[in-house]
Write a protein that binds this ligand. Structure first.
Ligand SMILES: [Zn+2]
Length: 355
């Protein structure tokens, strides 16, 4: 029995060592590992069966069996080292650190941000500064300071998201400023906030988000973006406004754009007007976009009302200036032919990825 057993172990050891030394690939090597060193290999099963032998025999046979296993393991280790080295392929492992990185999908600016940046750049080149103000505004800055008193019908012109009702009845005018809160319905409150802390002459633009409590459709949104411009100096005229407006729109649309003014009413300006630009689709000849008129309505404008200057703390009739505003969404829609204002905030990547 013992002789047979030792022969068997001898044969196993030789077979295993030879097989590993002759292995040609890592795949072959892995098969040999299972065949010679695995738990279900002949040697593995044999080692398990040692427990059944009488103690004295188990000791002798076990010693020899472990020697065989160590020899085969050593052969497998040198085979692994030899094959791993051989399988190293310089071409596939080479990393060219100067190579272009592979392009991961990255985000980009929202179309409204891009358009807003474009508008800001044009105004900056004309010497305008950018001013900013809070979106959560007080009734005072959003209405009162802009010559829109509580009982003024103009307040109904803009549907407002009210945040907090005023429960106080103080007569202190300073109290107005912290009274009822609302989401600003236009960027005009920033005009007053800016004037309170600055002395003319100045030129500013106010890009910003505004809110209206109204039903939405293809051309109405409850949240949209507006641009406001304010130019205050001595003897500023409507002519100055028209010049700046024409210059701005011509640069924005990349072609000569005429501007036309129509008398209109806004409480914070006197005189006030709405302004149209020559249709960007037909260049003023008349088409379906402009309903054959050759003009597109863009925004409102006017000479700053002296009461607004007064509310900001300026002396009446000392300064003159123009203010005007237009919808950033609307301008983006005109330039990029976007048919529905709701697309901007839809989060729809099919829309956003086009820009
Ligand atoms: Zn047209």
């Amino acid at each position: 029995m013992e002789t047979n057993t030792f022969d068997f172990l001898e044969k196993m050891e030789r077979a295993g060592c030879t097989a590993f030394s002759e292995a040609k690939t890592l795949a072959e090597f892995r098969d040999l590992e299972v065949q010679f060193l695995g738990r279900k290999s002949e040697l593995g099963l044999f080692l398990k069966s040692l427990a059944l032998l009488p103690p004295e025999e188990r000791h002798k046979v076990g010693k020899r069996a472990n020697e065989a296993k160590r020899a085969i393991t050593a052969a497998s280790q040198s085979a692994r080292a030899r094959l791993s080295e051989a399988s190293f392929d310089v071409k596939s492992e080479w990393i060219d650190v100067t190579d272009q990185p592979c392009s991961l999908p990255v985000g980009h600016l929202h179309i409204l941000t891009t358009v807003e940046n474009e508008i800001v750049d044009i105004f900056r080149s004309l010497g305008f500064d950018v001013a900013d103000g809070p979106e959560l505004e007080t009734e005072f800055y959003n209405f009162d300071a802009l010559n829109i008193p509580a009982d003024h019908p103009a307040r109904d012109m803009q549907d407002t998201f009210w945040i907090r009702e005023d429960t106080r009845s103080s007569q202190d005018p300073q109290d107005h400023r912290s009274a009822r809160l609302l989401l600003r319905t236009h960027t005009s409150p920033v005009q007053v906030r800016y004037m309170e802390t600055h002395t003319p002459p100045f030129r500013i633009i106010v890009p910003g988000r505004i809110f209206r409590s109204e039903a939405t459709d293809a051309s109405h949104e409850h949240t949209f973006y507006q641009f406001e411009s304010l130019f205050v100096d001595k003897s500023v005229s409507v002519g100055n406004f028209k010049y700046v407006a024409e210059l701005f729109f011509s640069r924005f649309f990349g072609k000569r754009i005429g501007v036309r003014l129509r008398p209109s009413f806004f409480p914070f300006v006197e005189p006030g007007f709405e302004f149209d630009i020559a249709c960007t689709v037909c260049d003023g000849k008349g088409c379906s976009s402009c309903h054959g008129t050759g003009w597109l309505e863009v925004g409102g404008a006017g000479m700053v009302h002296q009461s607004v200057f007064e509310a900001a703390g300026y002396e009446r009739d000392r300064w003159s200036g123009f203010a005007w505003g237009f919808g950033t969404n609307r301008l983006a829609m005109m330039k990029y032919k976007i048919p529905d204002v709701r697309l901007f905030q839809s989060g729809d990547l099919r829309f956003l990825n086009q820009f």
